[in-house]
Design a protein around this ligand. Sequence first.
Ligand SMILES: Cc1cc2nc3c(=O)[nH]c(=O)nc-3n(C[C@H](O)[C@H](O)[C@H](O)COP(=O)(O)O)c2cc1C
Length: 190
Amino acid sequence: MIQETIVITQNSSGVAHIAPMGIHIPYESQDEFIILPFRPSTTLNNLLESKTAVINYCDDVRVFAGCLTGRRDWPLKPAEKINGQVLSCALAHTEVKLVRVEDDETRPKLFCKAVHTANHAPFKGFNRAQYSVLEAAILISRLNMIPLEKIQAEIDYLRIGLEKTAGDRELEAWGWLMAVIENFRLENNQ
Ligand SMILES: Cc1cc2nc3c(=O)[nH]c(=O)nc-3n(C[C@H](O)[C@H](O)[C@H](O)COP(=O)(O)O)c2cc1C
């Protein structure tokens, strides 16, 4: 299973780095996580250096869209059992240690084990607009790989769920993502 999370790592100077990552969770595992960053990646470099990370479970999709659109400055608080930072708006978080690396030229696998998990706020149910924002954010991370017409067709579909169910946070995040697509279109005369 893959869970879309916010991974926070730190470099040796203690500078935190926030990145959305799809974390692989082996079937029925409670405490094993595989983080798969595409090279080049600050998350990868930091994790190899510090051997720790914080996986944040977050329903404020502005953090996902924000990181993809140059807005990485989200409020943080210290982790509890490792030297790291937790996203203040996370509903829950897990602090992990790196236990094994399966190297790969494109996308290494970083096997991690939980050392501590904490809940902060209740999960309030699924929301289609949040799904739309997550999918649109993934499309934007692949703007240079997928033809623009295909991206536009998917955005048109995702907008249906967004318009029916969004709150203010989802609309703001969607706006940031659409501005990136519009800029890309103008820059590439498409
Ligand atoms: C929902 C979502 C999931 C993502 N999952 C991954 C992932 O598993 N691996 C990855 O390298 N990038 C993923 N990305 C894109 C990264 O967040 C983005 O490219 C980021 O800058 C990673 O590089 P960094 O470690 O240098 O920050 C994802 C983006 C979104 C919106």
